[in-house]
Design a protein around this ligand. Structure first.
Ligand SMILES: Cc1cc2nc3c(=O)[nH]c(=O)nc-3n(C[C@H](O)[C@H](O)[C@H](O)COP(=O)(O)OP(=O)(O)OC[C@H]3O[C@@H](n4cnc5c(N)ncnc54)[C@H](O)[C@@H]3O)c2cc1C
Length: 285
């Protein structure tokens, strides 16, 4: 396991907000995770940091970061199942599926995420969501420090939500994805087309964390903000993207506070004009 003091989190959050923490731990296997929590330390968890807003410049506490470690991905060919550790990227899951002619997980190809983060957020696109392919999850339950498993139906998976958002004392260790056999060429085509479509619409040229708000029933966030003239609205270095208003981008050394101020303004305007309470999808830390 790697441990770093006074750790710079800038490259571990996709908004690229400048922030540090007292200590960062990078576990490499299940035992590392169990040992860390057995030592009774408290941790702030990060997967790959693509859905978080770091609201502080300095965290006087420990971070546990799965990104880039604890990342094995295995295939059970007979059962068409992929088994992935929490720190693996879902890009890797989709590429291994393609190499093994397994279909169902093409939509993961362009979502920047760890396996753990994808389960917590029930990550998905128009083409599918984690709920459709997740078979089972293995997690550490901090209430009794035992490792448990739950199947899909027990995980309260709904639009960008799961039981892990309410129960912070459950640490995801591993996930099983149920796929079906397919054709590698067709799978690759779907992956590439989905990526091209998304990159043409999303502001990938600036640091961001994807959609800021959950989609309210019957409405789309981007067009609502456009109607209110909020495209390009800026506080400090944070801006409602000029390319896609559903995103906030870091255009010039934004702080977490700048991002939260843009969010507050947008929420107030949408509430005043549409009587809708926009819910923030990103996790504020
Ligand atoms: C350009 C861009 C495009 C995006 N497009 C999409 C999209 O199409 N669809 C979509 O759903 N999302 C999208 N997102 C958002 C993001 O990719 C997803 O929310 C992703 O699933 C977050 O995963 P992560 O590993 O980065 O999680 P993090 O941001 O690191 O963490 C998210 C939450 O999960 C918790 N967590 C992480 N790992 C664990 C674990 N092992 N156990 C328990 N809790 C854990 C964290 O504490 C935090 O609360 C996009 C983001 C970007 C930057």
């Amino acid at each position: 396991m790697q441990i770093y003091n006074d750790f710079d989190l800038t490259n571990y959050n996709s908004y690229r907000l400048k922030s540090k923490c007292k200590t960062a731990y990078f576990p490499e296997n299940e035992d590392d995770v169990i040992d860390l929590f057995s030592s009774k330390k408290n941790f702030i968890l990060l997967g790959s940091g693509h859905n978080v807003i770091l609201s502080k410049n300095y965290y006087d506490c420990n971070f546990l970061i799965f990104n880039g470690n604890f990342n094995s991905v295995k295939v059970n060919k007979e059962a068409n199942v992929i088994i992935a550790e929490a720190g693996a990227t879902i890009l890797k899951v989709s590429e291994i599926a393609e190499q093994n002619a397994l279909t169902g997980v093409e939509f993961y190809y362009d979502i920047p995420s760890s396996v753990g983060g994808a389960v917590v957020m029930n990550a998905g696109t128009k083409e599918g969501e984690t709920k459709n392919i997740l078979k089972k999850v293995r997690y550490l339950d901090l209430t009794d420090m035992s490792v448990k498993e739950k199947v899909n139906e027990e995980l309260d998976l709904e639009y960008r939500n799961s039981m892990f958002q309410k129960q912070k004392d459950k640490i995801i260790l591993k996930a099983w994805f149920q796929l079906t056999s397919g054709d590698s060429l067709k799978i690759r085509k779907i992956m590439n087309e989905s990526k091209d479509r998304r990159w043409s619409k999303q502001p990938r040229e600036y640091p961001n964390s994807g959609s800021v708000f959950k989609r309210p029933p019957g409405k789309f966030v981007g067009p609502m903000l456009d109607e209110l003239g909020l495209k390009g609205f800026t506080v400090g270095g944070a801006q409602v993207s000029k390319k896609h208003s559903g995103f906030i981008v870091n255009v010039n050394n934004a702080t977490g506070e700048d991002i939260l101020n843009v969010i507050k303004h947008v929420q107030n305007k949408v509430n005043e004009n549409f009587n809708i309470n926009l819910e923030v999808e990103q996790r504020i830390i």
